[in-house]
Design a protein around this ligand. Structure first.
Ligand code: NAD
Length: 420
């Protein structure tokens, strides 16, 4: 198995490490481990893409439906030059765990195409998106496998994909894909769902710890969809945002940053303004070890490792990015009583609202943003409560507790189906 959000391939053994910990804790049988280690269905295919020049190139495409014991599989499609089957396979396993932990009626899947989409024109990108659907349309469906956006795929790509699927099937089928634009059946609130979900979890955690947002200093790594929205919401809720960063630099002010003004001055999505008055410019590495109470890695994987784990000063690390903390760092943080809220819980707001989108498409009944946020709060808070309780019962990290709960739900469904 291989996993890496940033495709740097540094954390390829991470999933096996997690699975081994759960297997040991739950004393899983050989058959149970075997079942969890194997994807249910793997599709590899070739997508012919006609370039604008008239030349045809052949691209490697993948779709892995890892586990469908709990329902139709759910997972994004990424376009990236380093995508390979190993990576798609592992990401699909993580989606199975994430959907299970959130209590959704979904299994897990993932898809990808090995291509740098920044080398394509808009017309080529559209042909590629439609080409992907032509290869998989017989193996996906609203009750079978439901794709969504992932790295380098967005609302527009989902719009082309839902259109292609609907044309092939001869009827508009919005529930085939989530992350669509509102006009094509997307859900209100989807854009901020991941960040808001993380904020709801943080509120629950600080309630348990008897902490007050007004006294809490937060450092957020990443200023894209998740990081910027997270900083904005937490600032509005009274937390003190002391540091922010994009891929080039960070801003720090121990008295608190003017987040609203920074967002207002931002010229390019995902990037901080070139300069800003009254801040100290820091590096991403400095941000991680700043004197603060809450650290929110919301950029890329593999940021906290055994070299810097001992220097983290925050007592709460909220993993909004996928895989920002490496397993060896996890051990150090747990021994230092740092609460690490794992990615499969912290950033599950996105897939929860994707589920709401699928529900709305299936019933043709569209919800207000207020209703979406209320139901998100309810679902993600319950998931957090279950994890917290399990971690207390087992005296283990929130990550191990999350993996135990996710695996147990999948195995229970497999047993009931007679597969174990
Ligand atoms: P994004 O592309 O909108 O933003 C990424 C941010 O990270 C940008 O500010 C970028 O400048 C910064 N960045 C890039 N490389 C960096 C580096 N090496 N060091 C520090 N900063 C760097 O992405 P996003 O949608 O905000 O997603 C962020 C993370 O959250 C990813 O790991 C993603 O997989 C995860 N996630 C996102 C969603 C979602 O709904 N958007 C859902 C689940 C998980």
């Amino acid at each position: 198995m291989n996993i890496c959000e940033n495709t740097c391939k540094r954390c390829c053994t991470k999933c096996n490490t997690h699975l081994a910990s759960v297997a040991a804790k739950l004393a899983l049988s050989g058959a149970e481990i075997n079942l969890l280690q194997r994807p249910k269905r793997v599709f590899t295919f070739t997508i012919p893409l006609r370039r604008d020049s008239g030349e045809i190139v052949f691209l490697n495409g993948y779709r892995v439906q890892y586990n469908d014991a709990l329902g139709p599989t759910k997972g994004g499609i990424r376009f990236h030059q380093h995508v390979d089957l190993d990576e798609v396979n592992t990401l699909s396993f993580l989606m199975a765990l994430k959907c299970s932990l959130a209590g959704l009626p979904f299994g897990g899947s993932k898809g990808g195409v090995e291509i740098d989409p920044y080398t394509l024109s808009q017309a080529e990108l559209e042909r590629l998106s439609r080409g992907y659907i032509r290869e998989v349309h017989n193996f996906i469906g609203p009750d079978v496998d439901i794709p969504a956006p992932d790295v380098n795929t967005d609302e527009q790509i989902m719009a082309w994909m839902v259109d292609e699927y609907s044309k092939i099937k001869g009827r508009f089928t919005p529930a085939i894909i989530t992350g669509k634009p509102l006009e094509l059946g997307g859900s209100a609130g989807r854009v901020v769902a991941t960040a808001l979900g993380g904020c709801f979890i943080l509120q629950e955690l600080i309630k348990i710890k008897n902490l007050n947002p007004g006294n809490l200093r937060v450092a957020v790594q990443g200023f894209g969809n998740v990081g910027a929205n997270m900083a904005r919401i937490l600032d509005e809720w009274g937390y003190k945002i002391v540091a922010l960063s994009d891929q080039n630099k960070g801003f720090y002010n121990p008295q608190g940053l003017d987040v609203k003004k920074i967002l207002h001055t931002q010229t390019k999505k995902g990037f901080l303004p070139d300069e800003f008055e009254g801040v100290e410019v820091i590096t991403n590495q400095q941000l991680l070890t700043l004197d603060c109470d809450i650290l929110v890695p919301a950029a890329v994987c593999c940021q906290i490792n055994k070299e810097n784990a001992g220097q983290i000063k925050a007592s709460i690390v909220l993993e909004m990015a996928n895989d920002p903390v490496l397993p060896e760092a996890d051990v150090v943080l747990f021994s230092r009583n740092v609460d690490v809220v794992p990615d499969i819980l912290a950033n599950s707001g996105g897939v929860i609202v994707s589920y709401f989108e699928w529900l709305q498409n299936s019933s043709n009944d569209y919800w207000t943003e207020d209703k979406v946020f209320r139901k998100l709060a309810e679902k993600i808070t319950k998931a957090f409560e279950r994890v917290w309780e399990k971690s207390q019962q087992e005296n283990c990290s929130l990550r191990l507790a999350s993996h135990i709960l996710a695996v147990q739900r999948i195995l229970a469904a497999e047993k009931l189906r007679g597969n174990l």
